[in-house]
Design a protein around this ligand. Structure first.
Ligand code: CA
Length: 716
């Protein structure tokens, strides 16, 4: 007995030495993926978001309670997945701020504010969000909204190095979580709605020196970039582009979210975004596939060299990115175990690819799709019939809106957006947060008058035809039709096994655990736990805020925790507010749960909606012209018809009362520090007044609705 004890002590001592020498996170540690930890955005390099922890399980999840929480200083969207390393929880908030907490107690260890200029918010299509950090060695890495990549000391939050990864004179942003592969930090960027050229860069994790860069669209000057992407563009990709606005806009193809890594194949998998402008006719004369837009790219992890690609939407013209979550798995497909890559991009197909060769194994519609001849009159036409021939989707011809406007499904939000999926290998199921359970669609209309506007919203689409119905009852009916769905998809059987209907389409990321649980938050505020086998709801916690981020889990001292970033926002909340739950703007929180915990969160102070006095207020502006100018300039952040909006509701803004105050904001940029830059580049003073006239009309209309609602409400 004594000898065994001594041996055990020796092993323990060796392990301790090993730990002390480890100096943080390395490749082995991420690849091993110890159950207790969460060391990478999608937990492990395969990005499955599956935790082997099962202390919290079907049998006891009902006893889950709040262990601790912390509140942040921003009420914008929270999309981060926290990481847990050596007892410390690292997360980011809107405006790219980084926080480190004691993962047991919630005590804050440090915070870091990169001081992103507020004006940069103007270039962020989809809120000033950030999806989290990467960790490597003793450092923590964050990409900032203004395009920097910053390395921080993991122990203190002190800045170790910082590199500018983009041309900051262009409307680039970063919202994605970096990943660290082979001691290089991988980071892409966003901005294709405004006009940028996408790429992925690898930086040395120790020094910040650039190692390689892969561009996803051709060089607009027709010159080599002297980067690793040059060879494949010369050989194959340049020829897939024709003359068009891409030469001004850079073509888009931003790498803004999905990355996965297979160490055995030495391959990094990259999700590539939509075209800039969206409209294929405007962008590339309606000609060519436009590689590598809307593609999955496989690159050599060491050199960045091209290996293969699969394009999900050739000749992309609907904002159908393939930046959605890419996960890797080894699955039994047709009787043999295949190394596969799984993706459910915006275009509504669930793809299973052989990740060694890029061979398409299957592509199946995970939302309803049908030939246009089978689409009932008045209903949206799906962009594809749902079939794939020779590796290419079969399109419904009218969906390309070349001859006339078309109401097309999915909308630019996609059938699935950035919200992470999760995989349960025991069940063989991928859980997809699907947006399109109802008729989520968009009127796409060619804009023959399109002119590229430097730094502005450049889609080549006329959004005036996409206005909401003017009748309030029709708006309410439309909102009721638009639902989301949590789909448990069986990639081997190529069909869903179960699904849960969600009240709104803009929903939240997912976590799967070996406890047989699927965790997902809701825009309406609650965090839910479902049974992975049948989707039965087993537990809920009401945050009274909204959740869009994906939960994560970790264990310390044998105790399992579930953490989630709480805070509503993102693209849906900004640009489709009237079709989504009306959520107050509340400060973000991180909330952490464990079995039997009974902590209570301080209830939010929910501010009443502002009421403004419009008596005697008038404008000489032209309402119809103001509506057009609003749709072309303001809609993306303030929603169609100014009808609601997670950002300040312009129909309730006291600044409407005064033409001078309004102009100082819209033209002169009086609120630039909040992200509302001056629009003097795009609008003149007369147009600003037209917009004010339109907003006064909408404000009066809303006041009428508010008064009717107050009369109808039961007296207290
Ligand atoms: Ca986009």
């Amino acid at each position: 007995m004594k000898r065994v004890g001594a041996l055990a002590a020796l092993i323990a001592a060796t392990l301790l030495v090993g730990c002390n020498q480890q100096k943080g996170v390395d490749a082995t540690r991420i690849e091993r993926g110890a159950a207790e930890e969460w060391l990478n955005y999608g937990r492990t390099y395969d990005e499955q978001r599956f935790s082997p922890l099962d202390k919290i399980n079907r049998g006891n999840v009902a006893q889950l309670g709040l262990a601790w929480y912390a509140e942040f200083d921003t009420d914008r969207g929270q999309e981060a997945t926290p990481l847990m390393v050596d007892g410390v929880l690292y997360t980011t908030t809107a405006w790219s701020k980084v926080y480190a907490f004691d993962a047991r107690t919630g005590a804050q260890k440090w915070s870091y504010d990169p001081k992103v200029p507020g004006e940069r918010g103007f270039s962020a299509c989809c809120d000033v969000v950030n999806r989290g950090v990467a960790v490597w060695g003793g450092k923590v890495y964050v990409g900032t909204l203004d395009g920097r990549l910053v390395a921080l000391d993991a122990a203190t939050g002190e800045e170790k190095w910082s590199v500018v990864t983009v041309d900051q004179s262009k409307p680039y942003t970063i919202t994605m979580a970096p990943r660290v592969v082979q001691g290089r930090v991988l980071i892409g960027n966003s901005g294709a709605e405004y006009g940028v050229r996408g790429y992925l860069t690898a930086y040395d994790a120790e020094t910040g020196d650039k190692v390689w860069r892969f561009y996803t669209t051709p060089n607009p000057q027709g010159l080599p970039d002297n980067e690793v992407s040059d060879a494949i563009f010369a050989e194959k990709a340049n020829a897939t582009w024709s003359d068009g606005a891409w030469k001004h806009s850079g073509g888009g193809g931003t790498v803004w979210d999905a990355l996965a890594y297979d160490p055995a194949l030495n391959t990094v998998y990259v999700g590539v975004g939509n075209g800039a402008p969206w409209n294929h006719r405007v962008r590339s004369g309606g000609q060519g596939d436009n590689l590598f837009l809307s593609s999955i790219l496989a690159l050599d992890a060491t050199t960045g060299a091209y290996k293969w690609h699969y394009q999900t939407t050739p000749g992309e013209t609907w904002d159908y990115t393939a930046t959605q979550h890419i996960m890797l798995a080894d699955m039994n497909i047709g009787g043999s175990v295949r190394k596969v890559l799984l993706q459910a991009p915006k275009n509504g197909f669930f793809y299973v690819l052989d990740r060694t060769t890029g061979e398409l194994l299957s592509a199946d519609a995970y939302i309803p799709m049908a030939p246009e001849s089978a689409t009932p009159a008045g209903m949206p036409v799906s962009w594809s019939t749902g079939e794939v021939k020779d590796g290419r989707p079969v399109e419904n011809p009218s969906a390309r809106y070349a001859k006339s406007a078309a109401l097309v499904s999915p909308a630019p939000f996609g059938a699935h957006n950035w919200q992470p999926m999760a995989f349960n290998p025991n069940e063989g199921l991928v859980f997809i947060p699907v947006t399109t359970a109802g008729a989520l669609a968009q009127v796409y209309a060619d804009d023959p008058a399109f002119k590229y506007r430097d730094g502005g919203w450049n889609t080549g689409i006329n959004f005036n035809l996409g206005d909401l119905p003017s009748d309030e009852a029709q708006r309410v009916a439309l909102k009721a039709m638009l639902r989301g769905r949590l789909v448990a998809w069986d990639p081997a059987a190529r069909k869903p096994r179960w699904s849960v209907e969600l009240p709104s389409f803009w929903n939240a990321g997912v976590l799967a655990t070996a406890g047989g649980l699927v965790f997902q938050g809701a825009a309406e505020g609650a965090l839910h736990a479902y049974d992975a086998t049948d989707g039965k709801k087993l537990w809920s916690y009401e945050t009274t805020n909204g959740i869009i981020a994906a939960p994560m889990t970790y264990a310390l001292d044998g105790e399992q925790y579930v953490a989630v970033m709480v805070g509503y926002g993102g693209a849906g909340a900004l640009s489709a507010a009237p079709l989504l739950p009306d959520r107050p703007r509340l400060p973000g929180r991180i909330m952490v749960f464990k079995l039997g915990a009974t902590a209570q969160a301080t209830p939010y102070d929910i501010p009443p909606k502002p009421v403004i006095d419009l008596a005697g207020v008038s404008s000489r502006g032209n309402v119809a012209a103001g509506r057009s100018a609003f749709n072309a300039n303001c809609l993306v952040c303030h929603s169609p018809n100014a009808s609601g909006g997670y950002l300040p509701d312009l129909r309730r803004s006291a600044n409407l009362r005064d033409a001078t105050a309004f102009r100082s904001i819209v033209i002169d940029g009086a609120l630039a520090a909040n992200g509302m830059v001056g629009f003097d580049r795009y609008l003149n003073a007369a147009q600003a007044e037209d917009i004010r006239a339109f907003l006064i009309t909408e404000a009066r209309r809303q006041q009428g609705l508010d008064a009717a609602a107050a009369r109808a409400a039961p007296k207290k």
